[in-house]
Design a protein around this ligand. Structure first.
Ligand SMILES: [Zn+2]
Length: 110
């Protein structure tokens, strides 16, 4: 059961956090949890601000921590042709052209 894998704080801290579109959000600075079992990653952004990401948004942990793309208010419609989609060699997940990291498994698509 891979879902039962647990992570020590040392395995998470200082990892780069990227969203599912491949955009770097920052690095894990700390982890907080509440008594009602909500675990939150504290991510230091490049501009030194902090963002808190609930663990429920984390899609995967490998060399990087992949989180679901933030629900941005702007609707950017990227016109893509089906043939130009990138396909991860490891897990087969499709990603938009220009995506650096697989949204499925976090491996480099480069
Ligand atoms: Zn993959």
């Amino acid at each position: 059961m891979s879902s039962a894998k647990s992570f020590r704080k040392e395995e998470i801290a200082d990892k780069t956090v990227i969203d599912s579109s491949g955009k770097v959000m920052g690095k894990v600075k700390d982890i907080t949890f509440t008594l009602d079992e909500t675990i939150t990653l504290v991510v230091a952004r490049p501009d030194a601000s902090e963002v808190q990401i609930p663990l429920s948004k984390v899609m995967g942990v490998s060399d990087h921590i992949i989180v679901k793309e933030e629900a941005a208010p702007k609707q950017v419609v990227v016109a893509t042709t089906p043939g130009s989609m990138l396909v991860c060699k490891s897990c087969g997940t499709q990603a938009r052209p220009g995506t650096q990291w697989c949204p499925g498994c976090g491996r480099s698509l480069g």
